[in-house]
Design a protein around this ligand. Structure first.
Ligand SMILES: CC(C)(COP(=O)(O)OP(=O)(O)OC[C@H]1O[C@@H](n2cnc3c(N)ncnc32)[C@H](O)[C@@H]1OP(=O)(O)O)[C@@H](O)C(=O)NCCC(=O)NCCSC(=O)C[C@H](O)C(=O)O
Length: 370
């Protein structure tokens, strides 16, 4: 029987605070010491992908490509129906991994070898997600942290069909830090080492088609010049971007939604989820090109925090353009009417400081694609 004669007033503030000090916390997440190379982790069930979730992500990040919500536009890009946007798919795959891999906090440092395995993913897909610990190493600059790399695969849970995979690296807090994190950001280090030499001339392509990127590369070939340009749009960080979008993908990292916990962190406040920052910069770039398919991403890195009120802009460098794809195409992708372009994209803030960079290979429509 329940004892109703408890003399303790648990709602008395002093009593309650004492209880909080004495009580054990049932923890979430995994410290660095909890990861063993080679271990595979099956994450909790992922989201059932919906048009509403897709459109919320796309609308807020300025990925306003109608192929992902309008049937005629989808048909023009050879889709059966408007598919799930690749950036939303990526965030929805990473979301359920956070509880197991990165909820303890620490920095999302970067990701590489992101590949899409299938031409399109449609609403109604139910995600399954699995990760393997590839590497764990002590951080020499921050003894309070270790550095862990995982390989993650997102698949259709009912058929086991792989949808995408990537390798992600985070700093992960150690259970027993030997030192607190007082390190400075990567941008500070870069400033101290001084600017590196740029090509004498930066030019922009004349249009958004494959031929325009190839012509621009032809123009700079053999000269002290590069195809590199900025995109005009910016997106200021608000609560929906910082807390709303990651929570909608099941991303439980406290960095994005717990202001009290973040008050004691180096940023002093919640920070934007790396994949939101990235998606905004990519949206700016995509608005100046005729994207046909996303193929792969390499060497993505997050260089500095993004917080409320920061405005994210995009900058693009064009590295290569080939009429015939040189990378493996996702199953079912037909590259007719498109050429392969490799870009380096940057997100930067209102102080012109880069906060994200990554290499992206995509199929870009040719002028003749109907
Ligand atoms: C994180 C930073 C503060 C680091 O700054 P700085 O110390 O100047 O940079 P270093 O280049 O020296 O890197 C520190 C150590 O980390 C290793 N490192 C860095 N990048 C990688 C990588 N891609 N792969 C492997 N290892 C990497 C370096 O080798 C250094 O190692 P060591 O010398 O042994 O210590 C600064 O970069 C920063 O502030 N970045 C922004 C971070 C951020 O805001 N990320 C996105 C938001 S957080 C998020 O999205 C969380 C997400 O939800 C999740 O759950 O993951």
């Amino acid at each position: 029987m329940t004892d109703t004669s408890d003399p303790t007033d648990w709602t008395d503030t002093e009593t309650f605070q004492t209880a909080l000090q004495r009580a054990e916390t049932i923890e979430k997440g995994t410290y660095f010491e909890g990861f063993t190379e080679g271990d595979t982790i099956a994450h909790a069930a992922g989201r059932r992908l919906t048009r509403a979730g897709n459109e919320r992500w796309m609308g807020q990040t300025l990925n306003h490509d109608p192929a992902y919500w309008h049937s005629d536009a989808a048909d023009a890009l050879d889709y059966e129906e408007p598919p799930i946007h690749p950036d939303y798919l990526l965030a929805a795959v990473m979301g359920p991994t956070v509880e197991d891999l990165s909820e303890k906090g620490g920095y999302f440092l970067g990701r590489t070898d992101l590949r899409y395995h299938t031409d399109a993913v449609y609403p109604g897909t139910e995600l399954g997600v699995e990760s393997t610990v590839l590497d764990r190493t002590t951080s020499s600059s921050r003894p309070a942290y270790g550095i862990v790399t995982w390989e993650t695969t997102g698949y259709e849970a009912r058929t086991d069909e792989p949808l995408l995979s990537y390798r992600r690296t985070n700093m992960v807090p150690r259970r027993d830090p030997v030192e607190t994190d007082g390190g400075e950001s990567g941008m500070q280090a870069e400033t101290e080492s001084g600017p590196s030499a740029l090509p004498a001339e930066l030019i922009a392509p004349e249009g958004p088609y494959f031929e325009d990127f190839r012509a621009a590369l032809g123009e700079v070939a053999g000269r002290d010049a590069a195809v590199a340009y900025r995109h005009e749009r910016g997106r200021t960080q608000d609560d929906l971007l910082i807390a709303g979008l990651p929570l909608a993908t099941l991303n439980t990292a406290k960095q994005h939604h717990n202001a009290a916990a973040m008050a004691d962190s180096p940023s002093g406040e919640p920070v934007t989820y790396g994949d939101v920052t990235r998606s905004i910069a990519l949206a700016h770039a995509r608005s100046d090109e005729r994207t046909y398919r996303e193929l792969r991403y390499e060497d993505e890195a997050f260089h500095d925090f993004v917080t409320a009120g920061d405005t994210i802009y995009g900058f693009t460098r064009v590295l290569e353009a080939t009429a015939t794809p040189t990378v493996d195409l996702p199953a079912g992708t037909d590259s007719d009417g498109a050429g392969q372009v490799t870009f380096e994209h940057f997100a930067f803030n209102q102080h012109d400081e880069p906060v994200y960079s990554g290499r992206r290979t995509a199929l870009i429509e040719t002028r003749t694609h109907q």
